[in-house]
Design a protein around this ligand. Structure first.
Ligand code: HEC
Length: 210
């Protein structure tokens, strides 16, 4: 049941699943942010947690790119009377920043007991303290910063339950990234000066294994 809902979220994940097998291992159903509260027992072997994680990450990044390219940049090019703003909830004629869009989606998935996994965009130096990386997440962020072409995968125990945790680099791909972050009023005293290609943070995906 959980798996079906998951696959209906995205055409590409459906295609991926059909290409292999519709059964998927170790994806439980949980509701809480990190970790999901009520993990269901694993179903028959199918997609590995790593493949599942890579697949949903691909969908997340595709959505993120489409929002940045075809919504945010397009509005700017047209000098539209609507612009992205961190304070979109309080200001008229504004829409959320891409990172806020991403977090709002992650919060809905976290609240959805059928989703069976959680994700977040995190950093060692977050502008928003809600995005603070901890423990294994910091280990993962350090690994991807030192190994820029790789992802980080690890099994970990949280509260006595086993999880598969993946961390994917979020890099400074456009001047807007480091210009906004390096000058931001919310940056902490230890904030680095980001430049092109730097790992600014990472997408953390966590899947219950029990
Ligand atoms: C206009 C300013 C602005 C731009 C441009 C921008 N960001 Fe951010 N970014 C923010 C804000 C504000 C947050 C906190 C959002 C939230 O409330 O979760 C954030 C959050 C993040 C986070 C999560 C950690 C944190 O700092 O809270 C990462 C990683 C990140 N941005 C990377 C990027 C990358 C990579 C780009 C370019 C592709 C980018 N940002 C462009 C303002 C910006």
């Amino acid at each position: 049941m959980c798996v079906t809902t998951l696959f209906h979220r995205s055409g590409s994940v459906i295609a991926f699943a059909l290409g292999t097998t519709l059964a998927i291992s170790t994806i439980g159903c949980g509701g809480a942010s990190t970790p999901p509260a009520e993990a269901s027992p694993p179903v028959a072997a199918g997609i590995s947690p790593q493949k599942f994680s890579d697949a949903v990450h691909a969908v997340m990044m595709a959505d993120r790119t489409v929002y940045a390219k075809h919504v945010v940049t397009r509005l700017k090019k047209q000098n539209a009377p609507v612009k992205p703003s961190e304070y979109w909830q309080d200001e008229d004629h504004t829409i959320p920043l891409p990172a806020q869009m991403f977090r709002l989606g992650a919060e809905l998935v976290s609240d959805n007991p059928a989703a069976g996994f959680t994700y977040a965009l995190k950093s060692q130096w977050p502008l928003n303290p809600q995005n603070q990386a901890e423990g294994t997440e910091i280990e993962g962020l350090k690994f991807i910063a030192e190994n820029p072409t790789e992802n980080f995968y690890k099994e970990e125990l949280i509260g006595g339950s086993k999880y598969f945790t993946a961390v994917y680099a979020d890099k400074a791909v456009a001047a807007a990234c480091w210009e906004c972050h390096n000058e931001h009023a919310s940056k902490r005293a230890d904030y680095p000066t980001f430049k092109e290609g730097d790992v600014m943070g990472g997408v953390v995906i966590r899947i219950p294994l029990d």
